[in-house]
Design a protein around this ligand. Structure first.
Ligand code: FEO
Length: 400
């Protein structure tokens, strides 16, 4: 065989035919520091079926991988489990060039594909429907909002394999395709980052989905997501982590995120973190000039406290802090204790503005916020440390 790009065997019937994007660093607001993969899968059934596609610029890589085992024109069905363009980007071209007999999507998927690509001719499959592939089959389960309204799972009972699109995935470019080939702490970190930055707003739906999947009694030897490795060694690990992350049970951990103009707010952050630490919490101090919003969000997953500091600039929250608050608010973390702090020069509106946002996020805000004119003296730093201790005490009482 002299192909450059080759399919990777998952089971005797299923091959990975996706693409590795080593260069990607930004995925709508999320710092993808380790790149990503766009996973597509070929099911070698009587009706040769492609599960999802890849981002448009990677079409040749995917087609070459398919061609390493079969003529792409043998594909009879394409299933679009998720219409976001990192998975549907090649669909219009494939429909035009391969002319598959059928393309399947959920009801919302049919709508989304039409609206994105002005595509007609996509067949709707219903929640719970079974599609015969001849000598194999696919059972569909809608997973609305995980990650888009169109999303669905496709289960291949003959191989006990779940195609889970964004669910159970992660942004991780690698030469390895399976969970047992990659360090487990890296998988847990990148899986958590993906959950915190993509899935978290829909955490209550994840809990319900896990219950539903358990009720379906699908045996799952493999979970094949659309990003990151295929789970084959430790399917229960990622299922258990999703249950934990969706529950958002707070830990004895605080995240202190701040920016600073002349180091005064930074001095306050350090004093508050000392109080948090003395109060028994693990602390992550994240200066926003060097920490990305998506890394802050990752640390906030299952944390017990979110403490936010900002100088006041032109009567406003400092821009990096405003950016973070907008981002975090949209992702809807729960069960957080919070506080606000910062230095100001003449008006100091940033602190009440932060508190308003924290309250809108249903964060349990401790005190009215701590602000200081210009540079904190020792007495103010003692107050900062005390604020940290107060936050820690509240977290401890929540955690029990
Ligand atoms: Fe990987 Fe929601 O797209």
């Amino acid at each position: 065989m002299d192909d450059v790009f080759r399919a990777v065997k998952v089971t005797d019937r299923v091959y990975w035919v996706g693409a590795v994007d080593w260069r990607l660093r930004h995925f709508h607001g999320y710092l993808t520091a380790r790149g990503t993969t766009y996973n597509a899968y070929l099911v070698l059934a009587d009706k040769m079926t492609l599960i999802d596609t890849v981002k448009a610029p990677f079409k040749k890589e995917m087609l070459d991988r398919i061609a390493s085992i079969v003529d792409p024109k043998e594909i009879k069905y394409i299933v679009s489990n998720h219409s976001e363009m990192d998975h549907s980007g090649c669909l219009p071209d494939l429909m035009a060039s391969l002319k598959p007999e059928k393309v399947f999507a959920s009801m919302m998927g049919v709508k989304a594909l039409k609206e994105h690509f002005h595509l007609d001719g996509v067949t709707r499959v219903k929640d719970g429907e079974t599609l015969s592939l001849g000598n194999a089959s696919l059972v569909f389960a809608e997973t609305k909002m995980i990650h888009w309204p169109d999303s669905m799972f496709a289960y291949l009972p003959e191989d006990q394999l779940l195609f889970s699109q964004d669910g159970f995935g992660m942004h991780l470019a690698s030469s390895e395709r399976f969970d047992d080939e990659i360090d487990s702490s890296l998988l847990e970190y990148e899986g958590a980052k993906y959950f915190a930055n993509i899935i978290l707003p829909y955490a209550p739906l994840v809990t319900k989905l896990l219950e539903r999947v358990a009720g379906l009694k699908w045996n799952m030897k493999f979970i094949a997501p659309d990003h990151g490795p295929v789970w084959r060694k430790d399917v229960d690990k990622i299922l258990g982590l999703y249950a934990k992350w969706a529950a958002q049970k707070p830990a004895k951990k605080a995240v202190v995120a701040y920016d600073t103009m002349w180091q005064s707010t930074a001095m306050m952050a350090r004093a508050i973190s000392e109080g948090l630490e003395a109060g028994g919490l693990a602390v992550k101090v994240m200066p926003l000039d060097v920490c990305h919003r998506s890394d802050v969000m990752t640390e906030l997953l299952c944390a017990g406290a979110f403490v936010v500091g900002s100088p006041t600039m032109n009567n406003q929250v400092y821009p990096t802090v405003a950016d973070l608050l907008t981002y975090v608010r949209g992702l809807k973390p729960k069960n957080l204790v919070g506080a606000a702090f910062g230095s100001y020069g003449w008006s100091g509106e940033a602190i009440p503005q932060i508190i308003d946002v924290l309250k809108a996020m249903k964060v349990d805000v401790v005190a009215d916020g701590l602000r200081v004119l210009y540079v904190p003296d020792e007495a103010v730093l003692v107050q900062c440390r005390a604020l940290g201790a107060d936050v820690a005490e509240k977290v401890r009482s929540n955690v029990g």
